[in-house]
Design a protein around this ligand. Structure first.
Ligand code: NAI
Ligand code: MN
Ligand code: ZN
Length: 342
């Protein structure tokens, strides 16, 4: 007889991670059930584990970066989809509120994110809306397919700033998000000059591998000073480090007519002057999650414009999730994207 239970990674309450048996979910109408193969660990998984995510409710099956195979479909879904390899967009939106109506389901009035507001993909099976499961072509490996979500963050923020071949782009942070942004800026938009800034030499080395023309370590000498010496004024600035103090610095280092985007969720005040923005007519953006960017990212991977293998560093069996998350938290030098196998 086929088993009716599965193992899942549950955060019972902050700082308590359990491998728990749950009933295998049944796909509801317009849903598909995914047999999960691979999942990626993200900062937000660690934040939910440690009790630092303001949106999380417990207990919760975490995980919003996952890839698998459709093994069952609910009513209203073509049964031909069974067997399809899919990556799952974790953004759940209503489809009819104001932001949804203008193409921003990522900030839907009733937004829910799989693995944050509802149970996610760190489980052997998960049922999700069929429309959120995007088919992956055979030419893309499982390991690359599981990274579509982090690249969708980069696809979203870059779509706001419209990079061109004339741009000098600067990215703060060489973590997963900074590196996906770097790859998209260079590989997709072919910006003229790409600068990545971080404080960790090993991470800056990865940025060079991801297409950075110049890497800057700002741990000792402030970035504005180093840019001045190089006579560089970036025309696009993306903040993928997200300390609240960065916004004012980003505006000050930017060229007149530059576009600047933030991505952070800090509740602390960022101080900025109107003068520093208006005198240069800086365009300020913010970016959250992704607005249906999965097809675009899948195409970029298939056509080798971006290369996920450059950010993959570790693999753990999912039952060792606790070790995987601890490694992710402790080892900034060697870690970028850690995958869990199911
Ligand atoms: P991460 O912690 O791996 O990377 C951040 C990097 O920034 C680190 O390498 C750190 O050394 C560097 N850094 C910190 N302060 C710096 C400074 N002042 N100057 C230069 N570098 C500095 O984090 P990850 O996963 O890459 O995420 C980055 C940020 O993006 C997080 O704050 C996260 O909350 C946010 N995020 C936002 C999303 C959105 O949709 N808006 C989605 C995903 C992440
Ligand atoms: Mn993520
Ligand atoms: Zn909506």
């Amino acid at each position: 007889m086929k088993s009716t239970v599965m193992k899942s990674i549950v955060i019972k309450e902050p700082n308590t991670l359990l491998i728990e048996e749950r009933a295998i979910p049944e796909p509801a109408e317009n849903q598909v059930r995914i047999k999960v193969q691979l999942a990626g660990i993200c900062g937000s998984d660690s934040h939910i584990y440690r009790g630092h995510n303001p949106f999380a409710k417990y207990p919760r099956i975490i995980g919003h970066e996952f890839f698998g195979v459709i093994d069952k479909v609910g009513d209203g879904v073509n049964s031909k989809r069974i067997g399809e390899r899919v990556s799952i967009d974790p953004v759940l939106s209503c489809g009819h509120c104001y932001p949804c109506s203008i193409g921003k389901p990522n900030v839907c009035e009733t937004l829910e994110v799989l693995g944050v507001h509802t149970d996610g993909g760190f489980a052997e099976y998960v049922a999700v809306p069929a429309d959120n499961a995007y088919p992956i072509p055979d030419t893309i490996t499982d390991e690359c397919a599981v990274t579509v979500e982090p690249y969708s963050i980069a696809a979203n923020v870059t779509s706001h700033v419209h990079p061109t071949k004339e741009d000098v782009a600067l990215v703060y942070g060489a973590g997963t998000i900074g590196l996906t942004c770097a790859q998209v800026l260079k590989g997709v938009y072919q910006v003229k000059t790409l600068i990545v800034v971080d404080r960790v030499a090993e991470r800056l080395a990865r940025a060079t591998a991801c297409g950075a023309d110049i890497v800057i370590d700002n741990s000792q000498i402030p970035l504005p000073e180093q840019l001045k010496a190089l006579n560089i004024r970036p025309t696009v600035v993306l903040d993928a480090a997200c300390h609240p103090s960065i916004l004012q610095e980003a505006i000050l280092i930017a060229s007149p007519a530059a576009r600047v985007s933030i991505m952070g969720f800090s509740s602390e005040v960022s101080s900025v002057t109107q003068q520093s923005i208006t005198s240069k007519e800086i365009a300020l953006f913010s970016s959250r999650l992704n607005a249906k960017k999965f097809p675009e990212v899948i195409d970029w991977i298939a056509t080798h414009k971006i290369d996920p293998t450059k950010i993959l560093t570790h693999k753990f069996v999912f039952t060792d999730a606790q070790d995987a998350i601890s490694t992710f938290e402790k080892d900034q030098k060697t870690c970028c994207k850690i995958l869990l196998t199911f």
